[in-house]
Structures are given as structure tokens and as C-alpha cells.
Design a binder for this molecule. Structure first.
Ligand SMILES: CC(C)(COP(=O)(O)OP(=O)(O)OC[C@H]1O[C@@H](n2cnc3c(N)ncnc32)[C@H](O)[C@@H]1OP(=O)(O)O)[C@@H](O)C(=O)NCCC(=O)NCCS
Length: 183
């Protein structure tokens, strides 16, 4: 019987946001479900739409079964990084952003998805998570990472262009832009 892969501590490290705030970037773990509930409350409909291409109600996004699935990761298939901050007033941890890399079945390619709390947009978290997901892809011996991006999502397109992703019309939905990065 194959044992589940242990928590990948080598993907844990501190980072400082553009505004000087110290955060911890680390793989998600089963205890994160309550933190994700609070995180989802900080997302606008706009951000949810850009991430999932549909409006998913908060109630659905924080359903316990869904959060349990997200927090219990098979690290050989998926890597989910969360950005954690200690709330200055309460010293309680909170999640500011989530980045996911999911292997596409039977390939050495993975799809990425990033979502940053609306109150933290523009502080470099999206770019940093993208860089880290690229490094995860390399460490996991993947060939490429890719995702479809909404054409109005200027911040995400800027991140992809800046990192040298190829951009093309998506074949699955021609309104979207397919972005791919060869590792
Ligand atoms: C897209 C998203 C991940 C970007 O994260 P972020 O932390 O706000 O972005 P960053 O602070 O790292 O900024 C990245 C770049 O985009 C630029 N940028 C930010 N907002 C922008 C905007 N509205 N229009 C144009 N450029 C923008 C920044 O100036 C920065 O460029 P620079 O590095 O040349 O200065 C974030 O806005 C988000 O979570 N959106 C909702 C979900 C989503 O769209 N996910 C992407 C689909 S996978």
C-alpha cells in the first residue's frame, strides 16, 4: 500500500509584501478549513468570477464538504499554497491568498489558479504566488503550467506576460485567453 506523501515542508517560507507586511507562504493543511471560511468572506463577486468563471455563492464556497476536499490534498496530484498572516490586533492567523497547481490527468502539465483577498490586491501576492507555483512545477518535474484567463483580467494577464507565459486564444472557450509556461 502506498503511504500518503508527508506535508511538504520545503514549500514553507516567509515573505514580505510590498507594504512591508510579513507573511508565511505554505502548503495548505487539514486544519485550514476555518481560516478558508473567513478568507472566502473577503472575496468580491468580481474576484470569484475571475477565478471560477462563474459566480459561486459564499454558502457554496464554504460548504464543509468542499473545504474538507480542498484542505486534504494529495500532494502528488495537487499543490495548494496559502499565504498566512498573523492578524496584528488579535495575533490570530488569517489567510490572505490561495494558489493552486493541479495536475491534468495522465499528463505532466498542471493547471494553476490564484485568488487573493480583495483587501490585499496590488501588494505583490499574486505575482509571488505565480512565481512559487512555477517553482513547484519545476520541483515536481512537470513540463508546463497553464490556465485560461478572462480577457478583462488585466492584473493576471500582466503577471503572465511579465513572466514570459505564451498567450493564445483558448480552444475550450474562445472568449478566454489561454496562458501556458514551459518549465
Ligand atoms: C489576479 C490577482 C491574482 C492578482 O493578484 P495581486 O496580488 O492583486 O497582483 P500583484 O500585486 O502581484 O500585481 C501583479 C501585477 O499586476 C499589476 N496590476 C494589479 N492590478 C492591476 C489592474 N487592475 N490592471 C492592470 N495591472 C494591474 C500590478 O501593478 C503588478 O504589475 P507589476 O509587477 O509590473 O507592478 C488578484 O487580483 C485576484 O485574486 N483576482 C481575482 C481572482 C483571479 O483573477 N485569479 C486569476 C485567475 S487564475
Amino acid at each position: 500500500m502506498l503511504l500518503p506523501r508527508p506535508y511538504p515542508t520545503h514549500y514553507v517560507s516567509r515573505w514580505t509584501m510590498k507594504d512591508g507586511t510579513e507573511v508565511l507562504i505554505r502548503p495548505i493543511c487539514p486544519d485550514d478549513a476555518p481560516l478558508l471560511v473567513t478568507f472566502h468572506m473577503t472575496l468580491s463577486e468580481h474576484s470569484v468570477y475571475f477565478r471560477y468563471f462563474q459566480i459561486i455563492a459564499l454558502r457554496q464556497r464554504i460548504a464543509p464538504a468542499r473545504l474538507a476536499r480542498i484542505c486534504h490534498v494529495d500532494y502528488d496530484r495537487d499543490m495548494v499554497l496559502v499565504v498566512e498572516q498573523q492578524e496584528p490586533l488579535t495575533q490570530m492567523p488569517c489567510i490572505l491568498a490561495v494558489g493552486r497547481l493541479s495536475k491534468v490527468d495522465a499528463t505532466d502539465t498542471a493547471e494553476f489558479g490564484i485568488v487573493v483577498s480583495d483587501r490585499c490586491h496590488g501588494r505583490g501576492l499574486g505575482k509571488e504566488l505565480m512565481q512559487r507555483l512555477i517553482q513547484v512545477g519545476r520541483d515536481e518535474h512537470l513540463r508546463a503550467v497553464m490556465a485560461d484567463i478572462h480577457p478583462d483580467n488585466l492584473a493576471m494577464l500582466r503577471i503572465c506576460r511579465g513572466m514570459g507565459f505564451q498567450l493564445m486564444r483558448s480552444t475550450s472557450d474562445e472568449q478566454m485567453i489561454h496562458t501556458i509556461f514551459d518549465l
